[in-house]
Each structure stands twice: as structure tokens, then as C-alpha cells.
Design a protein around this ligand. Structure first.
Ligand code: GLC
Length: 458
């Protein structure tokens, strides 16, 4: 016993000593952070957009590394990038209709291609047949729909001449890579990143979220020292004090180097925690596996799966950032449109169970085949019924807690009975547990993908 306590104390001391000390420039209190993040926690649902010249090969945004493509061979995608059907207003309208409250666009991805008219490289959209600053247009169009905007910025850059060739670089198979690396200077690359971030955060209006991507520390990888992460964060926070930053700059052992966690392409089992505390989190998910447009990918998730994903994320206190990979012509693929419209149709009637909602309070048992969300501001509980049951839904432990219940879809009353086993004169009594409430549902499932019952709690 004594030994294990000593061990635990030693372990804690070790962990604390490993942690990065809080820098002097970071002064925010917990409460200030909560205020800064309030809109984001209420929004719950955003659109990720991965768009760049990798839309032309249409075989994944990592195609350069996967196929070890040289700069010369990748050039044809740059030269032919001509999205003649691109209409940012149309994109923004799709996001709005789907119920998305914010968007994040890839200003630069790992291939180094920049979607804006940057001063710091020629490898940018204005030098392709497009000629226009599509990023500017896009941000304006989304803002005009009342959607908050954020930027994804790749820390990795496979085009920049000073970015050293590491284990995920497309040139990693070159035998002379050590020789090549001698001429590359990460100091200059770090300066380049700062310049670009300054440019983005000062010339493109208010940017609400920054998604830096990503670190892979270790031998032949890159992490906080390669990016100079602390200085990056300091710069970003100085330029945009309100901005919300992800957790991929390799500062995850600190409590100042990130605002939220980013589980990617999987559903966490429960609310994501850090040192035992629940923290803000945003899961980013794709429709079909890759982020950039991938013509021949067939593992598309159904509308039903995506709606469940959104509900489940909120039921665990998180945000869902759902990705769209527009085509080389600047269009949303028909499968994307189908899904956005399907989600939008559901959100039209049921978004009250998503916005401003979070995990249900402890002690309320989740009914069979259901997911719960909860709005603390008005004390309403949302029961998402994944499989529509026959006539009754039993709510264990809800006795005395319900003021009123209705179907969210059409606002029609859902009658309920507090069940006292043994005293009840009906055939139901023997099969119902003490302290539970029985909701009386219509036999036919309401005409919405996943019906929601809104419970106004006492
Ligand atoms: C990964 C991938 C990248 C994608 C990102 C989205 O980090 O490298 O291609 O943009 O996830 O979160």
C-alpha cells in the first residue's frame, strides 16, 4: 500500500517535471478561456474543406508521398488547376443548409500549395489558371451566410526548398537525401511559416479557428522544436487573441499550447479528457476516407451514419467537423451533396438537440437504442431514438423528473406515465421497473431519419 503511494507520487512528480512550464506571455484564466470558446462549444457542427491541386489526381491529398511524386511531375496539377465551376456562394449555401455553424478551409496543405495570394511563395493559386485569390472569396461567402471561418495551415511543406526531407516526405526514397538536406535550412522555413501566418491573420478579416497540422516527433520526424511551436502560438495569440487553436503543434503536454483535442476519423468512447479533466474536443471526419477529393473511393458513409455520428459526438460533449473534398472543377461531388442535404433535412427539424447541447447529466440512464444530449440553459433533455420501438419507451430513473415531453419533429405531445409496479391496473405493470417513466409513442416512426423526443425537465 505504502509502496504504491510512493510510486504514484513519484510518477506524478515525473509527469509534472516533463510538462512544459507555462510561458510568461500566456496569461489567460480558465474562465477567460471558457468565454473565448463559448460560441464554438455551442456551434457543435462545422464543415472542413480540403481543396487544393491534389483534387486533380483525385487519389488522396497525400498522393505526392504515397506515389513518391517529384516536384517536376507534380507540376502538371498546378499548371492545370482550373476550377471553372467554383462558386463560393454555392458552397456556403450548402454548409448553411446542412446546419453547419463554422468552416475550416485548407489554406495550405502538406504539398505546400497555397490557396491565397501570398507574398512568400510563387506556389500559389494566383499563379495557376485560376488567377484569383479563391480563399478571400470563400471566407467572404461563408461569413455572408453567418458562418464563422477558420483556417487549416499545414506545418508540413513538401514543396518548400528549406523543409528537410524526413520520413514522410515524397523525396524520402532519394539516396542523396542527406546531401540535399545539408542545403535545406529549417530556420528559413520557420520564418516562412511565421510570415504566412501573419499574412493570413492580418489580411483576411477575423479568423475564428486555426487548425495547425501536424507533428510527428521522433527520429526522422518533426515536432515542437522543428516548428518552434511556442513562438508560433505566441504570434498567433498576439495577432488574434480570440482565435481557437487545435492540438497538433506538439504541445499536448502543456495546458497552454492547445485549446481542444482532435480525435481524427474515429469516435472516442467517452468525453475526451486531459489529466483527468474533460476538455473541449472536435472530431474531424470524412465522408469516405480521404480528405481531398478521391474519385474512386467507395466507402461512403450513409446519411443515417453521419447523423448518428453528429448526435454521438454531441452526446459526449464534442464538436463534429465534417469534411468535404471539392472536385478539380470546384464542385461538391454528387455524393457529398446527397449527404449534406440529408443531414440538412434532419437538422431543419432537430437542430435544437445539437446547438448549445452537450452530454446529459450523470444519473439519467440512457434508454435502450438511444443517445442523449442535454441543453443546460433551458434544462431540456433530448432522446434520440435510433431504433423506433413499439409504442413505449421506458425511461429508467426518470420518475418525478419530467415536466413535459414532445416530439421535436412536429412539436406534438408525448404522453407519459410514471409507473408504480404492482399498483398499476394494466397489463404493463409486471414488466416495468420501479421509478421508471413510460413514454407513450405512436406506432409509426415520425417522418424524420432519427426521431428526437424533447423532455422538459423539472
Ligand atoms: C491528417 C492528414 C491530413 C488531413 C488531416 C485532417 O493529419 O495528414 O491529410 O488534412 O489529417 O485532420
Amino acid at each position: 500500500m505504502k509502496q504504491s503511494i510512493i510510486l504514484a507520487v513519484m510518477l506524478l512528480a515525473f509527469i509534472t517535471s516533463m510538462a512544459q512550464p507555462r510561458p510568461l506571455w500566456y496569461k489567460e484564466t480558465k474562465e477567460q478561456k471558457e468565454n473565448r470558446m463559448q460560441w464554438w462549444c455551442e456551434a457543435r457542427f462545422g464543415m472542413f474543406i480540403h481543396w487544393g491541386i491534389y483534387a486533380l489526381p483525385a487519389r488522396h491529398e497525400w498522393v505526392r508521398t504515397y506515389e513518391k511524386i517529384t516536384d517536376e511531375d507534380y507540376q502538371k496539377y498546378f499548371d492545370n488547376f482550373d476550377p471553372d465551376m467554383y462558386n463560393s456562394k454555392e458552397w456556403a449555401a450548402y454548409a448553411k443548409k446542412a446546419g453547419m455553424k463554422y468552416m475550416i478551409i485548407t489554406s495550405k496543405h502538406h504539398d505546400g500549395f497555397c490557396l491565397w495570394d501570398t507574398k512568400y511563395t510563387d506556389y500559389k493559386v494566383t499563379n495557376t489558371p485560376v488567377k484569383r485569390d479563391v480563399l478571400k472569396e470563400m471566407l467572404d461567402a461563408f461569413r455572408a451566410e453567418g458562418i464563422r471561418v477558420g483556417l487549416y495551415y499545414s506545418l508540413i511543406d513538401w514543396h518548400h526548398p528549406d523543409f528537410t526531407i524526413d520520413n514522410i516526405h515524397p523525396l524520402s526514397i532519394r539516396e542523396d537525401k542527406d546531401e540535399l538536406n545539408k542545403k535545406r535550412d529549417m530556420n528559413r522555413y520557420r520564418e516562412f511559416m511565421k510570415n504566412q501566418l501573419r499574412e493570413l491573420l492580418t489580411g483576411y478579416g477575423q479568423i475564428d479557428e486555426l487548425f495547425l497540422d501536424f507533428s510527428y516527433p521522433g527520429e526522422n520526424g518533426k515536432g515542437r522544436d522543428d516548428w518552434d511551436s511556442e513562438s508560433l502560438l505566441k504570434l498567433v495569440r498576439e495577432l488574434s487573441p480570440h482565435i481557437i487553436i487545435d492540438d497538433r503543434a506538439d504541445l499536448n503536454d502543456t495546458n497552454w499550447g492547445w485549446d481542444f483535442r482532435t480525435p481524427e476519423q474515429f469516435m472516442p468512447q467517452e468525453w475526451v479528457t486531459f489529466r483527468g479533466e474533460k476538455v473541449p474536443w472536435e472530431t474531424c471526419q470524412t465522408f469516405s476516407g480521404s480528405w481531398g477529393y478521391y474519385r474512386d473511393e467507395y466507402s461512403w458513409k450513409s446519411v443515417h451514419q453521419l447523423i448518428v455520428m453528429l448526435i454521438e459526438t454531441v452526446s459526449k460533449g464534442g464538436n463534429l467537423l465534417l469534411n468535404v473534398g471539392p472536385t478539380a472543377r470546384g464542385m461538391f461531388d454528387y455524393r457529398t451533396i446527397e449527404r449534406l442535404e440529408g443531414i440538412g433535412e434532419w437538422m431543419k427539424y432537430n437542430s435544437r438537440s445539437i446547438y448549445g447541447c452537450t452530454q446529459a447529466p450523470d444519473g439519467l440512464k440512457v434508454p435502450q437504442n438511444c443517445l442523449l444530449t442535454y441543453n443546460a440553459q433551458n434544462n431540456r433533455l433530448y432522446i434520440h431514438v435510433l431504433e423506433w420501438p413499439f409504442k413505449s419507451l421506458h425511461l429508467d430513473g426518470f420518475s418525478g423528473k419530467i415536466k413535459y415531453a414532445q416530439l421535436l419533429y412536429d412539436g406534438s405531445e408525448v404522453r407519459f406515465r410514471e409507473v408504480a409496479p404492482g399498483k398499476d391496473g394494466e397489463h404493463t405493470h409486471e414488466t416495468t421497473r420501479e421509478g421508471s417513466v413510460m413514454l407513450n409513442l405512436p406506432v409509426q416512426k415520425p417522418n424524420t431519419e432519427i426521431p428526437v423526443i424533447e423532455i422538459i425537465l423539472k
